[in-house]
Write a protein that binds this ligand. Structure first.
Ligand code: RET
Length: 286
């Protein structure tokens, strides 16, 4: 078993058990869906830029940055899957291809390194902080976001070979994650003060979405051991479950989050007298 070294469990499954047609294709398809959604949403965020007052537009711009980086890295992640395994006609399943790169979710982690700070900064352009300082919150988001990902990235290499290191790096990462959740809740609470009811409830929905979608990532990290260490998920079902979880998490934490922030920004813009439908009409009425 040791010849795979620090490879992640997808490779061990591909070496010994192999992937059925259904499992292999489900992963290939869900990875493709992931990057297709990012490209489509890129257009959405560009086209809705002017629907909000100028001071809120940075939120859309950051969504555009997130979409471009996610599209590229998820595309490479999908290619990594299809080249790492090949169909063996004798055995009727997909096995680890010889001579190709092994599969690793690392492209995702690298994508988060860009996207996590962007997603965290993004909300700061929509809410108005009453007590906290913008630059202090921004720096804390950046430091904890980066450290959470780097420590998790190191940990995921040990998911098969050294469960203790896997757990320790995962635990360190979780400390930074806890800090991010605490800070985000504070930012949203402050942002809800003194704004119209509709924008307030949109921010409430953003908090719930944030909490659920970000929790899915540690769930995917733990996936091979979620039903016992090297247990009932250490197989193709666990691999499919991991990629589906990542894709749901990505679409929720990047796209739906960005759309909801845009809705909040529209509600705030309207309350401040910015009416998108009337843009250009002023010139006619003078
Ligand atoms: C890791 C390692 C195990 C422990 C924890 C993790 C948290 C990851 C998170 C990632 C969020 C990513 C997002 C990406 C969007 O582009 C690193 C899996 C707590 C919360 C939002």
């Amino acid at each position: 078993m040791n010849e795979l070294g620090n490879a992640t469990f997808e490779n061990y499954v591909g070496l010994e058990q192999g992937y059925s047609e259904m499992a292999y294709q489900m992963v290939a398809h869900v990875l493709t869906l992931g990057y297709a959604v990012m490209l489509a949403s890129l257009l959405y965020f560009v086209l809705t830029l002017k629907q909000v007052a100028p001071k809120y537009r940075m939120s859309n711009i950051l969504s555009v940055v997130v979409m471009v980086s996610a599209f590229l890295l998820l595309y490479v992640q999908a290619q990594n899957w299809t080249t790492a395994f090949e169909f063996d006609i004798e055995r009727g399943k997909y096995y680890l291809a010889s001579g190709a790169d092994l599969f690793n979710n690392g492209y995702r982690y690298l994508n988060w390194l860009i996207d996590v700070p962007m997603l965290l900064f993004q909300i700061l352009f929509v809410v108005s902080l009453t007590k906290s300082s913008f630059s202090s919150v921004r720096n804390q988001f950046w430091v904890s976001g980066t450290l959470m990902i780097v420590t998790g990235y190191i940990g995921q290499f040990y998911e098969v070979t050294d469960i203790v290191k896997f757990a320790i790096w995962g635990a360190i990462s979780t400390v930074f994650f806890g800090h991010i959740l605490w800070l985000m809740r504070k930012v949203i609470r402050e942002g809800q003060e003194g704004i119209p009811a509709d924008a307030k409830s949109t921010l409430g929905a953003i908090w719930v979405l944030f909490l659920i979608s970000w929790m899915l990532y540690p769930g995917a990290y733990l996936m091979p051991h979620l039903l016992g260490i090297n247990g009932a998920f250490f197989n193709e079902t666990g691999v499919v479950a991991r990629e589906i979880t990542y894709t749901i998490a990505d679409v929720s934490s990047k796209v739906i989050y960005g759309v909801l922030l845009g809705v909040a920004a529209q509600q705030l813009s309207k309350a401040e007298g910015y009416v998108y439908e009337r843009q250009g009409e002023e010139k006619l009425s003078v």
